[in-house]
Design a protein around this ligand. Structure first.
Ligand code: ZN
Length: 403
């Protein structure tokens, strides 16, 4: 083989996450070679090809680039004051009635310039990248009118960001202030006016189906309209109240149903009979003091479990995907293996991207190296055991070293 572009050499412990290589595909003393933006070789360090650039992987745990399958990273406005008020006992509904909460982000996002939105999004995605995350799903949904939802999607899809981005249209996030008296009117407007224009920019259509947001009937209309336009579907389902949205997601062939704290037996069975991935969001569960989703029943039914940050300024201001893996073990009962699969290969599945979240021929050329916490052996378990604080030693995205 000619000299390759980049070789990550002699990785202490590498998890390939490839199918058919055991639960995590654990290998020791392995090297991975990249050329032309592709992973071209993976094997024993002593057989590695020559390379123009070499990254020393000794003493590190190597993972495929991590995948965050659910974030609301594109917004303007701060809710730090609201956080303090809620700690002091003010309810979210009171804050919302005063025009705060998500509605304050809507005002700020509409008022922000493209450059202001781009700077904050870029900073957030750079932070994810430095923690080994190379692919992030980003939802709109803080603009909620045609002009600014389109502007947000054009911004998302029109630039190169620190991580790759899967763009999701979440016009059905909440009913904007100007449509509050007429929710069904807003749903009709989304379907007739907005979806046809955003469908050429977004990859997914998402609906927040819950108390105070959109009904099951609204959700079906919006998802069916989006699917007919060629978008893939996903749903915020069963978070605050049981609605039947997860079963609807399964019925319509959505790639994921997310949250699921109030999922019932029928919903579990429907998901088990479908390809729909359960995306678990322990950050929101923690901040909102929700009960855990029925993980044992989902596991029993064979539903794939992904874990994501749900990064947003209100219910989950959580910027660490590995910390969410830890929280999914502590608060939801996932194993270390399930949590790591949930932020890699299964997260890729939740985004309808089977090339994400594993390492081997045909995978994305993304790899993250982590040095274990001081005094710990080179073993993936400590990455999940320690809560947060894992800055990647090196990150490869699309075959190039970017951290
Ligand atoms: Zn969300």
């Amino acid at each position: 083989m000619d000299a390759v572009d980049l070789l990550v050499q002699d990785i202490g412990e590498l998890l390939t996450m490839a199918e058919g290589e055991g639960p995590l595909g654990v290998r020791r003393g392995t090297s991975v070679a990249f050329t032309g933006g592709e992973l071209v070789w993976l094997g024993p360090a002593e057989q590695a090809p020559r390379a123009r650039e070499v990254v020393d992987g000794r003493g590190c745990v190597g993972l495929p680039g991590l995948v965050d399958a659910h974030t609301h990273s594109l917004f303007a406005g701060s809710r730090a004051g609201e956080f303090q008020r809620r700690l002091g006992g003010t309810s979210y509904s009171t804050i919302l009635e005063e025009g705060g909460g998500i509605l304050s982000n809507v005002r700020a996002t509409r008022a922000a310039s493209d450059e202001e939105l781009a700077a904050s999004l870029s900073g957030r995605l750079q932070h994810f990248l430095e923690q080994g995350v190379t692919h992030v799903e980003v939802k709109t949904g803080y603009a909620l009118d045609l002009e600014h939802e389109l502007r947000c999607l054009r911004l998302l899809t029109g630039r190169r960001w620190p991580t790759r981005v899967s763009p999701t249209f979440l016009g059905a996030h909440t009913v904007p202030a100007e449509w509050r008296p007429d929710r069904r009117g807003y749903v009709g407007f989304l379907i007739a006016e907005v979806l046809p224009q955003v469908a050429v920019l977004a990859e997914f259509v998402d609906v927040y189906c819950d108390r105070g947001a959109f009904t099951l009937e609204d959700t079906r209309s919006i998802l069916e309209a989006g699917l007919a336009l060629g978008l893939k579907g996903r749903v915020h389902a069963e978070q605050v109240q049981h609605t039947g949205a997860a079963a609807l997601a399964a019925e319509l062939g959505c790639t994921s149903a997310d949250h699921l704290e109030r999922l019932d037996e029928a919903g579990v069975a429907a998901m088990g009979a479908s390809e729909t991935v359960a995306v678990l969001l322990p950050g929101a569960m923690l901040y909102l003091k929700d009960p855990p989703p029925p993980v044992a029943a989902l596991r029993e039914a064979g539903v794939p479990l992904a874990v994501a940050t749900d990064f947003n300024p209100g219910s989950s201001p959580v910027r660490s995907l590995l910390a969410c893996a830890t929280l999914s073990c502590l608060t939801m009962g996932l194993s270390v293996e399930e949590a790591l699969l949930g932020i890699t290969r299964v997260a890729g599945r939740a985004l309808g991207r089977p090339e994400l979240g594993w390492l081997g021929p045909g995978s994305t050329a993304d790899l993250a190296l982590f040095r274990p916490p001081p005094g710990e052996p080179v073993c993936h378990a400590s990455l999940v055991q320690y809560l947060g604080g894992h800055r990647a030693e090196a990150v490869v995205r699309d075959g190039l070293r970017v951290v």
